[in-house]
Design a protein around this ligand. Sequence first.
Ligand code: SF4
Ligand code: SF4
Length: 215
Amino acid sequence: MERQDETHDEAIDPVVCLRGLQSAGTLACATRAADGSPRVRFLSGIHFELDAVYILASNGMPFAKQLLADDRIQLLGEVRRGVSVRLTGTAELVPEDERMRWRLRIFAERPDYRELYPPLKYDDSLVFTIRHGYFEYLDLVSVPIKRVYVPFGDGEIKASGFVITPDCARCGSCRSACPQDCIRPGDPFRIVQENCLQCGACVAACPRGAIRPVA
Ligand code: SF4
Ligand code: SF4
């Protein structure tokens, strides 16, 4: 993968993220099973609106049952090599009287579904929608890398990564260890979160244990 120096001047907003997922086509989709273990599959029966994502789920399949029992869901797609978008959110079951509209849209966009899933009929497939959550846009090609969190609907961002606490003694060891040159001097030193790889090299280099995971 060839990395490029870029100025990062493209504004990353929900529309950019939705378009990125849409362009990826087939997405990885993670849910939780009843015992709490993760379940992931590829998903392509998806329709995108500017404020929502609609997902087709055959009634009775484990995927539908998992979402009915636990609405937490993640979608992940590769926009282009080294650039990905992840949507973390909650999946709501679309009311029955609104489902047909979205089924027709999804079937129109994926006509091969009729052959792929013969038992899947308009009148017994479920439709879930994601309206609230947050996106994580990750560009590993640019130098430095770019990681942007973007809220979707009323979703609350739960960012990962590290922060430097007031225990920092300003020795600079973390800065020397950082492969992205994204730690700035100060009191305490500060991580530029947008360029952080979340590799943990700074944590290992800090003699004071002053760098902690984001709460
Ligand atoms: S290595 Fe630890 S103590 Fe030194 S500057 Fe970094 S955070 Fe501060
Ligand atoms: S986690 Fe890695 S990339 Fe991020 S600040 Fe620490 S060393 Fe740099």
